[in-house]
Design a protein around this ligand. Structure first.
Ligand code: NDP
Ligand code: MG
Length: 396
């Protein structure tokens, strides 16, 4: 392969769990991928290490003082952006940097504008930041254009369930032969806890995920099953399927990453050990596969695979999120904003675990949804709900 065919990747959130694994993929295939730019929130030490290793032409870090330190260290070789104008530095690196694929591994609604900016430039987005589609899926689909078969390949999912679905679908799209999609869920650390015990579980317990190692926010979202609700909305937009065709199944071993049921009764699943390197690499190499060494799935080691219906009563965030998806418009943006603030309050021990669902429910009930047809409308709802929840005038 010649250097002209190398894909240039702009990695947002490079210091996080997905971002670091994305860097490993580039490291593994230097002849195929190169890093065009890197963006981080606050971890300047790791970002500087990554800039030294990958020599990108652009970097972003939120604090202006950190950005100055990078400018001093790397001189004119790297154009350094910062967040002194709010989130616009992130948007500018996406608009100005020279790249082929944006890999968006930011956490939370802050990832929305960069996704939009890349798609408006006609760039492909390898998407880990599911919040982009949760809050702005309708709007994002209008940017991509009318595509009956969903958002592929403008958006390629990194989320393991959606990567699994993509791998099960012929030619990457859901056509009329798809009867349903079954999104698997580990069930999180509290799957076997009695419902009465949930009010007093601690952040440390919520962060102890049974099968995946991930950033803090998504780990808490997995423990409430909010993450699975987000993934239902994400699948709705990615594959252009109605909510009636999207189901959730608890599968504690996290070996089957999701399944597609076809109208002739065939069910195709993608299996693998729980490791994000495969879905990240597949999003970068799609529609081709590249090798990954290391541990292999041995079914005889796993021995048994279990499946259960999700307990919607015990984990109300799942049904609240799906309800918001069905309502549509800005309802999912309201749920997402309330959840982001509530998860932060929970991690800082200012509210209990079950208050997260109460806050989200109150935000959804108190919100009058409108069409989510512009960045301004979506961000306006995001801001308003955050302010309301932060003022704690929600039922708690
Ligand atoms: P992490 O918390 O590990 O990483 C988040 C990254 O975003 C860090 O690099 C962080 O920088 C950066 N960041 C956070 N806030 C800002 C900001 N305001 N401005 C600029 N950079 C910011 O999260 P994960 O990697 O776990 O998750 C990332 C996304 O991928 C989420 O949307 C998650 O739902 C999704 N996802 C994650 C999976 C996983 O296995 N981790 C699986 C499937 C989806 P810094 O640390 O330097 O402050
Ligand atoms: Mg997932």
């Amino acid at each position: 392969m010649t250097s002209g065919e190398r894909k240039r990747i702009l990695i947002l959130g490079s210091t996080g769990s997905i971002g670091r694994s994305a860097c490993s993929c580039v490291r593994r295939f230097r002849e195929r991928f190169e890093v065009a730019g890197l963006a981080a929130g606050s971890n300047i030490d790791l970002l500087a290490e990554q800039v030294t290793e990958f020599a990108p032409s652009a970097a972003y870090i939120t604090a202006a003082t950190n950005a100055d330190a990078l400018r001093d260290r790397f001189g004119g070789n790297v154009k350094v952006y910062d967040g002194s104008d709010g989130a616009s530095g992130l948007e500018r690196i996406v608009e100005e940097c020279d790249y082929d694929i944006l890999l968006n591994a930011l956490v939370g609604a802050v990832g929305f504008r960069p996704t939009v900016a890349a798609l408006k430039r006609g760039k492909r987005v390898a998407l880990a930041n599911k919040e982009s589609l949760v809050i702005g899926g309708d709007y994002i689909r209008t940017i991509i254009g009318q595509n009956q078969r969903g958002a592929i390949p403008a958006l390629l999912p990194i989320d393991s369930e959606h990567s699994a679905i993509l791998q099960c679908l012929p030619q990457g799209g859901a056509d009329g032969s798809v009867e349903s999609i079954i999104i698997t869920a580990s069930g999180g650390p509290f799957r076997n806890q009695p419902e009465e015990a949930l009010a007093s579980v601690t952040p440390e317990q919520a962060l102890n995920h049974p099968t995946w190692s991930m950033g803090k926010k998504i780990t808490v979202d997995s423990s409430t099953l909010m993450n699975k609700g987000f993934e239902v909305i994400e699948a709705h937009h990615l594959f252009s399927l109605p909510y009636d065709k999207l189901r959730v199944c608890v599968h504690p071993q996290s070996i089957i990453h999701s399944l597609v049921e076809f109208h002739d009764g065939a069910v195709i699943a993608q299996l693998g050990l729980p490791d994000m390197e495969l879905p990240i690499q597949y999003a970068l190499s799609w529609p081709h596969r590249l090798p990954i060494g290391g541990k292999r799935l041995r079914l005889s080691d796993i021995r048994s695979l279990e499946f259960f219906e999700p307990d919607m009563g015990k984990f109300p965030c799942l049904s609240l999120c799906i309800e918001a998806g069905r309502i549509g418009g800005t309802a999912p943006a309201a749920v997402n904003a309330a959840n982001e603030v509530a998860v932060d309050l929970f991690l800082n021990k200012r509210i209990g675990f079950t208050d997260i669902a109460r806050i989200v429910e109150s935000a959804l009930k108190g919100h009058s949804p409108v069409k989510a047809d512009s960045v301004e409308v979506i961000e306006g709802v995001d801001r308003e709900v955050r302010e309301r929840v932060s003022r704690r005038d929600m039922v708690c």
